[in-house]
Design a protein around this ligand. Structure first.
Ligand code: TGC
Ligand code: FAD
Length: 387
């Protein structure tokens, strides 16, 4: 029996520090987050104080310099953190992805010194919860068509419009919102809870990511002063570069979900007997398990190499798209096969598989759908846009 998922000894490619970080997040997830996760998902509610717990464990903004409250770690460490969090649940990884890559990263990359000092340390500790508003009711895959407007008003601006499907919208203290200004440039706006004309209705009845709260960001003549505008960004490159960071993390996170499903299915298949034999002894079940481990191993190598390229500042958005697309589909396929191995037991919450499977239906849609990432690769290969 081989329960390990390090089939190609990829751990040998990681530093002692990276292995230590992975172990500490693994311990944290298994002690503090796995026990409540199933009940939270069933009840469609998040783990209480999740962001503060993630902050305390060092899982937020790991690549942000320590001067701003981050840990100043490298990209492989960030990926490993995402893998361990998503082994617990995609909702946990989502919370950390949004906070780190979609809120802290743009403030760090495009914010003023005052904005960095005001928001980053509290986001790193989880004292503040952040959200990222790009998607709109009429613009999902084509965010460049955004209708949210930032119009000049005296010394400041008025923000009007809405964002939909926003992770942590109902609980966020600060939202990084993307809008077009009077000259049609894309601007990043820091919207804070309590501002007049800002509301965040929740989107209920999700069958996926049930331990994550999703909602709208609605702006009605919301007054924005200059100090809440990110000064260093004025095009779609801004929001899309945040997505690069989050999509890279998701490529690792998906491996975590797949490993949890695979290990559950392997253990179950060794224990469960039918026709007088463990179901693991049947060739059809061995085929499923062997193919799962093959695909997990390929995904691990992809993310590891991407992490190295990212550390060297060489990873392209197109390489990131390929890994996000491949690894999320891989994880969804592993979850579906694992669920079959458990038979009827696969559909109940005693095992994590169905929860991962349902979560991954969101993961394959957000941060660019499976098809959009294929078109990004297609465009890169042919030089022709298929959008
Ligand atoms: P296009 O004309 O190709 O490009 C516009 C400008 O942006 C540049 N660019 C990028 N820059 C950095 N990183 C990237 N990935 C970039 N992709 C493009 C490009 O070079 C160009 O720059 P410039 O200076 O020449 O103007 O843009 P397009 O409008 O045709 O759209 C391209 C497309 C379709 C690939 C893009 O819009 C896209 O990726 N669509 C998918 C939308 C998406 O992923 N939304 C995610 C929302 S956030 C979310 O889902 C969070 S889930 C959180 C969780 O819970 O984990
Ligand atoms: P659409 O763009 O309407 O696409 C519908 C279908 O058409 C898809 O299959 C798509 O692949 C296909 N399609 C679209 N265009 C083309 C084309 N040119 N060629 C071929 N096929 C095409 N967004 C945020 O901004 N912030 C968040 O925090 C956030 N969190 C989310 C959390 C959850 C749980 C979910 C489900 C979504 C979240 N999103 C968030 C939104 C997410 O990014 C969008 O759902 C995603 O980008 C797709 O947009 P859409 O749902 O409008 O689908």
């Amino acid at each position: 029996m081989r329960i390990t998922t390090d089939y190609y000894e990829i751990d040998d490619l990681l530093s002692a520090d990276q292995l230590l970080i992975r172990q500490s997040i693994r311990d944290f997830v298994s002690k503090e987050l796995e026990p409540p996760i199933e009940d939270c998902a069933q009840a469609h509610t998040e783990i209480p104080d999740l962001m503060k717990k993630l902050g305390k464990a060092g899982a937020l903004g790991s690549f942000i310099p320590s001067a701003y409250g981050g840990a100043g770690l490298d990209q492989l460490s960030y990926g490993l953190i995402m893998q361990e969090l998503e082994m617990g649940d995609s909702a946990i990884r989502s919370a950390a992805s949004v906070q780190s890559s979609l809120v802290m990263y743009p403030i760090f990359a495009f914010g003023s010194e005052e904005q960095k000092r005001k928001f980053l340390p509290k986001l790193a500790s989880g004292e503040l919860v952040g959200s990222f508003g790009l998607t709109e009711p009429n613009h999902g895959s084509d965010p460049a068509g955004m209708e949210t407007r930032l119009t000049k008003d005296g010394k400041g601006y008025r923000l009007n419009g809405s964002k939909l499907w926003i992770t942590n919208a109902p609980t966020c203290d600060v939202a990084v919102v993307w809008a077009r200004d009077d000259s049609k440039k894309v601007r990043g706006v820091l919207v804070e809870r309590g501002m007049d004309g800002f509301s965040t209705p929740e989107t209920l009845h999700k069958w996926s990511l049930r331990a994550s709260r999703t909602g709208e960001l609605v702006f009605d003549e919301l007054y924005i002063s200059e100090e809440n505008i990110l000064p260093e960004v004025n095009s779609m490159r801004g929001p899309l570069s945040c997505l690069n960071s989050a999509r890279y993390g998701i490529s690792w996170g998906a491996i975590g979900a797949a490993i949890d499903c695979y290990q559950t299915a392997l253990s179950y298949s060794l224990e469960r007997k039918q026709f007088g034999k463990p179901i693991a002894s049947f060739q059809l079940q061995q085929k499923k398990l062997a193919e799962m481990l093959t695909e997990i191993t390929k995904a691990q190598l992809l993310s590891w190499r991407l992490g190295v390229l990212k550390n060297e500042g060489k990873a392209t958005p197109q390489q990131i798209s390929l890994a996000k697309r491949n690894n999320v589909k891989m994880a969804l396929d592993v979850a579906r096969e694992s669920r079959q191995i458990l038979g009827a037991m696969g559909v109940v919450g005693d095992y994590p598989i169905m929860r991962h499977m349902m979560n991954l239906e969101s993961v394959i849609t957000y941060e660019g759908t499976h098809d959009i990432h294929l078109l990004i690769t297609g465009q890169d290969i042919t030089g022709i846009s298929g959008f």
